[in-house]
Design a protein around this ligand. Structure first.
Ligand code: SAM
Length: 284
């Protein structure tokens, strides 16, 4: 299987078998077993997750914002139809309700059947699945969640609007006081412009904005960013609650702090952005 990263770079994966393939109303959904990275979910030929390193991505998207919030009781996950992010959110005993807003019900059905390691999280009674467009959903709800996680596919097709300032403005409204937003914001190697524009757009609606990173080799061969906005000004990015008995494979309080330490050229990307926007210093 060959995945297109850019016009000039393709990554090849040795596939043992194609487990499933179908065309939904929104996209082509495929599940394949690869030799090196195990089972993978693909949408329109783009890898969404692999069993080899999905825990890195899902733990970092969920635990960093959840440990920064004093009491995360109500959580909204937008996208995330494979179930990995919801699985991690549910590890927090403070969480009472998780709403998953996924546009494509077939991604959920396929994940339930072929990726139970992730999708069995949907059986937890705290979870409610709402099949809807996340962009429209946040326009219709107000002051309803403590944490919003955007686990979206790349900015193509139905996901384009999940990377806009207008959307982040509506997310700020859907969050309660002290609310925190975290989004997957692509690779700083291959998508530096997007990393800049997401940082800027979130900063238009949240007084504190930070980028943090993790290495997820399944995506664009490694470096991956997440962007976090907080409605309350954050003077520190250290976890605000103890880790307790929560079991993780990647996340630790030390990883949490270290993830906000950025390479110099990424810091420069963000300060260019701040200079242009005239917004002064923020996180990072
Ligand atoms: N971890 C993955 C990554 O970074 O590539 C994302 C995985 S998850 C499967 C992405 C999900 O976002 C897909 O199932 C897709 O259907 C969903 N999605 C895309 N646009 C959406 C929208 N506007 N509202 C809700 N869900 C959306």
């Amino acid at each position: 299987m060959t995945e297109r990263e850019t016009d000039n770079l393709r990554v090849q994966w040795l596939v043992e078998r194609t487990v499933h393939r179908e065309r939904s109303k929104f996209q082509e959904i495929a599940v394949v077993d690869t030799v090196e990275f195990g089972r993978m979910l693909l949408l329109d030929g783009i890898i969404q997750t692999s069993l080899r390193d999905e825990f890195v991505y899902h733990e970092m998207l969920a635990h960093v914002p959840l440990f920064l919030h004093p009491r995360p009781e109500r959580v909204l996950v937008i996208g995330g139809g494979d179930g990995g992010t919801v699985r991690e959110v549910l590890k927090h005993p403070e969480v009472r309700r998780v709403h998953l807003v996924e546009i494509d019900e077939r991604v959920i059905a396929v994940s339930r059947q072929y990726l139970p390691e992730l999708a069995s999280s949907f059986d937890d009674p705290r979870v409610e699945i709402r099949i809807d467009d996340g962009i429209e959903y946040v326009k219709r709800h107000r002051n309803a969640y403590d944490v919003v996680l955007v686990d979206s596919s790349d900015p193509l097709g139905p996901a384009v609007g999940l990377f806009t300032s207008e959307f982040y403005g509506n997310v700020a409204e859907v969050l309660r006081k002290d609310g925190i937003l975290a989004v997957q914001s692509e690779s700083y190697i291959f998508s530096a412009d997007l990393v800049q524009s997401v940082y800027r757009a979130i900063g238009e609606h949240f007084p504190s904005v930070f980028i943090y990173t993790a290495n997820v080799p399944t995506y664009s061969v490694g470096p991956w960013t997440f962007t976090l906005g907080s409605k309350r000004f954050l003077d520190s990015v250290a976890p605000r609650r103890a880790n307790g008995k929560l079991r993780t494979r990647y996340y630790t309080p030390e990883i949490h702090r270290a993830a906000f330490v950025l390479p110099r050229f990424v810091q420069e990307l963000l300060s260019e952005q701040e200079d242009e926007a005239g917004t002064g210093t923020r996180g990072a």
